[in-house]
Design a binder for this molecule. Structure first.
Ligand code: BGP
Length: 468
């Protein structure tokens, strides 16, 4: 088995990280619009509103909203067969709870999809990529509130109907498992803890509501167009036991449990024994209402999309408390201390496919690095090429030797965009350089990096030629 002839090669982005135009076309605020940038390695400061005099990277981002034609032309030049993007939920429903959508927002995505189609590029659309309308957080407490299930379904039905013949591949929530893995799931669920709240209980509650919302979206999508393929999306944290001490091996398994908690429910349609064990470990209670079980069963996803950036190691002295580290002595690390581990991608593909036998889709992978523009205007990003080549080779082995079923591969940030973690601009992933700095200054001019031609060659050879 080799990569199929229609293997989906391309790049992946999220609206809040590239569109900008944060109040244009009738758009409302999203949770990303109150997140400040950018300090190297420091998590972003979050406000409950836009504060005067502060810099918010999402407000202009790289101005894809106005420059999408040029950007898509460059993607086409690289031979993209697909482009992963998200619909900015508050462009369609500015507050999130309206009865009627915002026509200007819908028209914008019509234009983007039409432009992609001109070049034969298949859109891959994330319905919620860290863009929950801020109003829903302020007025309803975000995903703690079951009302969001209905609002999300209305939003999904609206875009499914509108783009019925323009988009085939969808995914519901970006990196949904980070809801449990993050100390506070702001990006995923719009949640910041209130005083006295039990974090584990909140995580279980918001996850349940998001599962129900995802299931409703899947059912609605299949009803509107049976050809739709709707996936879940998770961050896959390949984890190794630190040693062959059985306690470390057990620690590795326990460390993976919160991740399979998500895929088990979304792919198998119910809370499995593993999920129940995880609830027990968290000391949290799951409250199911009438009809929830049937809904989860009916709303199973068609495929599993995931991001993969690095692997970690787990250990435990008592078999209960788990220590997770990134300092694997066998691996080099990037400028942000993320270990570089292509084999971890092959392992991820094997583990997920073994567990669910559903088609997989690598929808994020890449190297965030500090690029330098040389005096002659070139950008020699050989380190990025080396990273991607090694990961693509590992991916091919998973398909060709391990017989994993894989739909495609989209690199994260094919054009430089805002970093989610730190809000930095200088954490660059792209094949296309964007002239903008961490303070928001720059001409926004686009320049091809050395990796641009390399990726074009990889796609043209359907992954056969990754040489450099
Ligand atoms: C994932 C997100 C992306 C993206 C990526 C890289 O978690 O789905 O939106 O940004 O990570 O992270 P960062 O931008 O922090 O380098």
């Amino acid at each position: 088995m080799s990569l199929s002839r229609d293997f989906l090669w391309g790049g992946a982005t999220a609206a809040n990280q590239l569109e900008g135009a944060y109040l244009e076309g009738g758009k409302g605020l999203s949770i990303a619009d109150v997140e400040m940038g950018a300090r190297h390695g420091v998590p972003r400061e979050i406000h409950d509103r836009v504060m005067e005099g502060c810099y918010y990277p999402s407000h202009q981002a790289i101005d894809f909203y106005h420059q999408y034609k040029e950007d898509i032309r460059l993607f086409a030049e690289m031979g993209f067969r697909c482009f992963r993007m998200s619909i900015n939920w508050p462009r369609i429903f500015p507050r999130g709870d309206e009865e009627q959508p915002n026509e200007e927002g819908l028209a914008f995505y019509d234009q983007v999809f039409d432009e992609l189609k001109r070049y034969g590029i298949e859109p891959i659309v994330t319905l919620s990529h860290y863009e929950t309308p801020l109003w829903l957080v302020q007025q309803y407490g975000s995903w703690r509130n079951r009302k969001l299930i209905g609002f999300f379904e209305r939003y999904c039905r609206t875009v499914f109907t509108r783009y019925r013949d323009k988009v085939k591949y969808w995914m519901t929530f970006n990196e949904i498992n980070e809801t449990m893995n993050q100390a506070e799931p702001y990006h995923q669920a719009g949640v910041r803890y209130k005083e006295g709240e039990d974090p584990n209980q909140v995580k279980v509650l918001v996850s349940h509501n998001m599962f129900l919302a995802s299931a409703r979206a899947v059912i609605a999508g299949h009803e509107i167009n049976p050809e739709f393929r709707i996936g879940c999306m998770l961050q896959y944290p390949t984890t190794y036991p630190k040693t062959c001490n059985p306690k470390d091996v057990l620690a590795q398994r326990f460390q993976m449990m919160p991740n399979f908690y998500y895929t088990d429910v979304m792919c198998r349609g119910h809370y499995t024994n593993l999920c129940r064990a995880q609830l027990k470990r968290l000391g949290a209670e799951l409250v199911m209402e009438e009809g929830d079980a049937e809904l989860l069963e009916a709303g199973k996803v068609d495929y599993i999309a995931f991001s993969y950036y690095f692997s970690s190691i787990a250990s435990s002295e008592d078999g209960v408390n788990i220590k997770v580290e990134r300092s694997n002595p066998y691996l080099k690390r990037n400028d942000w201390d993320w270990p570089i581990d292509p084999t971890g991608l092959r392992i991820a593909l094997n583990e997920l496919y073994d567990r669910y036998q559903l088609p997989l889709f690598i929808v994020e992978n890449g190297l965030g690095a500090i690029d330098r523009v040389e005096e002659d205007g070139t950008i020699q990003d050989d380190y990025r090429i080396a990273f991607l080549a090694s990961h693509i080779e590992a991916m091919k082995q998973a398909v060709e030797e391990d017989m994993v079923e894989l739909m495609g591969y989209t690199c994260w940030g094919p054009i430089d965009i805002i970093s989610v973690g730190t809000g930095e601009m200088r954490k660059r992933y792209g094949f296309i350089y964007v002239d903008k700095d961490d303070a928001g200054k720059g001409s926004l001019k686009r320049m091809k990096k050395k990796s641009f031609d390399w990726y074009r060659k990889v796609i043209a050879s359907n992954g056969e030629d990754t040489s450099y």
